[in-house]
Ligand binder design. Structure first.
Ligand code: SF4
Ligand code: SF4
Length: 384
């Protein structure tokens, strides 16, 4: 039997490590996120690991037998500097604000290691009695965080904290230690009620540029700009490209319109490392990136996982939406000479969007890749 540990002292010690909010949920039955319905509707797109880990996500004792508590840790990444990141010149690509930091998996992990040591000290346990995760484990952090009262689940499907708004990285420590649980935001409601404190507001649902909400609190990843620009490794559907607008990596629209953010305070950033320099890159600079320059600029950022081809794909869409014909030479070069068909295909789309299709007549005749040919054929059907 593992002894109970004092939750208040634990909270104090973990906050001192840099976690801006620390709350506890008791492991037990109860409604969590409607994960199964979401998976059955195919709204997870090709994120098949969600299916493979569904049982473990729904039952933490399958991840850590004997688990009694989940410690939810919030790291606030909001700062005034993130209000309007703009490049010095040229069209401004927009980045999800979280991405303008060194990879949070790397910077938060040392805090989790230290948090584990604190738990060992206060509860007299060993490293075998807990597991920690930041975003990549089979733990429904947002749902448990709502249960622990760290915030509530908004109609935008995000956790909304009254202190930090939407701008939180969430980490979790699953442990066999019994800790006094915190209450959800409103105990008279079921903690999983979507939009508990949204009232009649529907701003996030109305503002979504690609109509990705299947229902309040339910995002169809197949239509979501975040999924398409980050998780999708292939061709982005033509029907969604205009809605992507200037968003080159991720999408903050349903977060930034949320009125709860007006209460958000800047975070202490003890477990983060800002990379606002990324937001200073112009679209022209991104379209001209070489593999070496990509590796140099995006090293240790979450964006590096997209790889150069994924970033160029997204940059082509942003360029096509920009109306800036000074980008045409760079786009024509990518459409005709980029090694990867994925990049050529999106460059072709962008060139036609900017009215430069005549420059690709020869390339269209000689293109043999089916993915790129499909773009030319779609343009021909559209009379481009
Ligand atoms: S992240 Fe963007 S595209 Fe996705 S649901 Fe929110 S507003 Fe819509
Ligand atoms: S924008 Fe409005 S509806 Fe959407 S999560 Fe925020 S409060 Fe709720």
């Amino acid at each position: 039997m593992i002894p109970a540990a004092p939750t208040s002292l634990l909270r104090e010690r973990l906050q001192a490590l840099g976690f801006d909010d620390v709350r506890v949920a008791a492991v037990g039955p109860g409604p969590l996120a409607p994960l199964r319905a979401w998976l059955e509707a195919g709204q997870h797109a090709d994120m098949h690991w969600m299916e493979r880990t569904a049982d473990r996500r729904l039952d933490p004792t399958l991840v850590l037998p004997g688990a009694r508590s989940i410690i939810l840790l919030g790291v606030n990444y909001w700062s005034e500097a993130l209000r309007r990141p703009q490049p010095a010149s040229g069209p401004a690509p927009l980045w999800a604000r979280y991405a303008l930091h060194a990879d949070y998996h790397d910077t938060i992990k040392p805090g989790l290691v230290a948090a584990g040591r604190v738990l060992e000290e206060l509860a007299g346990v060993t490293a075998a009695d807990y597991r920690y995760y930041v975003d990549t484990g089979p733990v429904l952090e947002r749902s448990w965080a709502a249960r622990a009262g760290l915030g509530f689940t908004g109609k935008n499907a995000m956790l909304i904290s009254r202190r930090h708004g939407n701008w939180l990285f969430l980490a979790a420590i699953l442990t066999r230690v019994e800790l006094a649980p915190d209450a959800p935001v409103r105990t008279r409601h079921r903690q999983q009620d979507v939009g508990l404190l949204c009232g009649r507001c529907t701003r996030c649902l109305d503002a979504c540029p690609t109509a990705a909400f299947a229902a309040p609190g339910v995002v169809d990843a197949r239509r979501c700009v975040s999924y398409q620009t980050i998780e999708n490794k292939g061709v982005i559907p033509r029907a969604l490209r205009a809605g992507i607008g200037a968003r080159i990596y991720g999408c903050d629209v349903c977060l930034e319109v949320c009125p709860w953010n007006r209460f958000a305070q800047a975070g202490r950033q003890l477990l983060l490392s800002a990379r606002y320099d990324v937001a200073a890159l112009s679209l022209a600079e991104i379209l001209a990136l070489t593999p070496e320059r990509f590796a140099e600029v995006f090293r240790r950022t979450p964006i590096k996982r997209l790889k150069l081809a994924g970033l160029l794909r997204n940059a082509c869409i942003v360029a096509g939406n920009s109306g800036d014909r000074t980008l045409l030479p760079a786009l024509v070069a990518l459409a005709t000479a980029a090694a990867l068909p994925l990049v050529r295909a999106h460059a072709v789309w962008a060139v036609f969007r900017l009215g430069g299709g005549a420059a690709l007549q020869d390339a269209a005749r000689s293109e043999t890749d089916p993915v790129v040919r499909a773009e030319y054929e779609a343009e021909a059907r559209a009379g481009g």
